[in-house]
Each structure stands twice: as structure tokens, then as C-alpha cells.
Design a protein around this ligand. Structure first.
Ligand code: SF4
Length: 249
């Protein structure tokens, strides 16, 4: 990274990295960035959902000490909480950071745990976006300016044009599986004998909070089981972030 990288130059930095590495994906991309170009400045967010084991496996092959941010919204399936422990042990991840919503926000704005029904955007705001903003701000202050996500083109039409390297307001975002197909993911599970999320066998293909996740019909968008019956397609954590990340020095 250049010495004087500032938030407004992140898009230029993303373009520079794309010029060098956009032809890569998966493990070679992670080896180039986690193991070299962005070493010590990059973290990972994982939902420990249906496909998460594939990305965690690749990252763990490069660096098991990379910070892994796991957002526990307090509305997750018990299976997901147990799966997080299973995968952490399986891959030997050394730095999983579990983030929760603030108790005060939950008591004040969602005392009966029904905000998902009346105002899902506000519910995601206090349970996902705000806690993630807070941890990202802390990580940014520690010098972490790049973020690996597990988003993929095939998951939904809203993700079909995703680049492997992009920038939002405050982070370089790396999407090593962007061009992976559903079959690639299945093949990776088979080849590496990765532990499956326990709900996958029950028809869940994209797994988030319990009240907002349903089974997915065969052939439908993988993420169509999230907020089914509503216009909502994203929780907001991958929209442009509001936190202020200092320059890298
Ligand atoms: S996914 Fe549903 S329950 Fe979870 S934070 Fe968003 S609206 Fe609330």
C-alpha cells in the first residue's frame, strides 16, 4: 500500500490491485494479498453460513492468525453458533472476534424481538450494521484497511457484477470467490471434506437470522430465502460504510 493512502484514494488503490491481481481468484488471490501485498492489514468477515467453510479453508491455508469477524445478531440459529465453533476448531483459526449488538439498543428499540417484522431495515441496523461499523472502526484504527468477503456472482442478481477487488468508502474489499459457481463450492466441500452447516441438508442454502431465513426452492436464487416476501435483499453491511478509517502509514 502507498504510504499516504487516504479514504478518498481507496478506489485508485483498488484499481491498482485489480491491475495486478484481477486475473486471480480463490487461493492464488489470497496468497498474493493476505500472504504478501496486504499482509497484516486485512481481515475477514464470515457468517459461518452454508458456504462459509470454503473461504475459511482457503484463508486458513494462508494465515490462521487473520482476524475473522463473526457477527452474532442474537437472532441466529443455534446450529450456526455451534457451527462457528466447529469450523474454528477444524481450521485452527486463532483470532475469531465475535461481535454483538449493544444491549441498550436491543432493550430500547427491540424489547420484544419483533423489530424484524415491523421494520427489518432498522432491525438490521442495530443488530448488524451498527455493531459491524463499530468493530470496523476499531480495526481501522489498528491498521486493518482491507476486508475479505465471501460474496459470489451466482448468489443473486444484485451480486452478479461483483469485482474480485473493489473499494467502498473506507475499505478495500476482496471477494476471492466472486467468480466461483455453485458447483465450484460443492466441489470444494467434497475435495476437502469440509464440515457442512447442519441446516444445509434441511434445504437452507443461505443462512442468516432465524426469523428472516427460509428454505430455497430448487433453481431459485440462493439468497431468495433471505427476507422472503419482502423487497429487502441485503442487510446493509456491504453497502458503503460510514466509519472513518485513518490513512495507512
Ligand atoms: S436479518 Fe432479520 S432478524 Fe437479523 S438483523 Fe436483519 S431483520 Fe433483524
Amino acid at each position: 500500500m502507498p504510504d499516504s493512502l487516504k479514504p478518498y484514494s481507496l478506489e485508485a488503490e483498488a484499481a491498482r490491485l485489480r491491475g495486478k491481481y484481477a486475473h486471480l481468484s480463490g487461493l492464488p488471490l489470497l496468497e498474493a494479498l493476505v500472504g504478501n501485498e496486504l499482509q497484516g492489514q486485512i481481515m475477514l468477515s464470515s457468517s459461518f453460513g452454508a458456504e462459509s467453510a470454503v473461504l475459511l479453508d482457503l484463508v486458513a491455508q494462508v494465515d490462521v492468525t487473520i482476524p475473522v469477524i463473526f457477527l452474532d445478531t442474537r437472532r441466529l440459529f443455534g446450529e450456526t453458533l455451534r457451527y462457528q465453533k466447529t469450523l474454528t476448531d477444524h481450521f485452527g483459526l486463532e483470532d475469531v472476534r465475535i461481535v454483538h449488538p449493544e444491549d441498550g439498543d436491543l432493550m430500547r428499540l427491540d424489547p420484544d424481538d419483533m423489530l424484524f417484522n415491523s421494520d427489518p431495515d432498522k432491525c438490521c441496523g442495530i443488530r448488524k450494521v451498527k455493531p459491524l461499523d463499530n468493530i470496523m472502526k476499531k480495526m481501522g484504527n489498528l491498521g486493518f484497511n482491507a476486508w475479505i468477503t465471501g460474496r459470489k456472482h451466482f448468489q443473486s442478481t444484485t451480486r452478479s457484477a461483483l469485482s474480485v477487488i473493489e473499494a467502498d468508502a473506507n475499505f478495500i474489499k476482496i471477494n476471492p470467490l466472486a467468480d466461483w459457481s455453485s458447483d465450484d463450492i460443492k466441489q470444494a466441500f467434497l475435495e476437502k471434506n469440509l464440515p457442512p452447516h447442519p441446516l444445509v441438508a434441511d434445504g437452507f442454502k443461505s443462512i442468516g437470522c432465524m426469523p428472516c431465513t427460509t428454505r430455497v426452492a430448487e433453481g431459485a436464487d440462493v439468497r431468495s430465502g433471505r427476507w422472503a416476501g419482502r423487497d429487502k435483499t441485503e442487510c446493509g453491511i456491504h453497502l458503503s460504510r460510514s466509519v472513518s478509517i485513518p490513512a495507512i502509514s
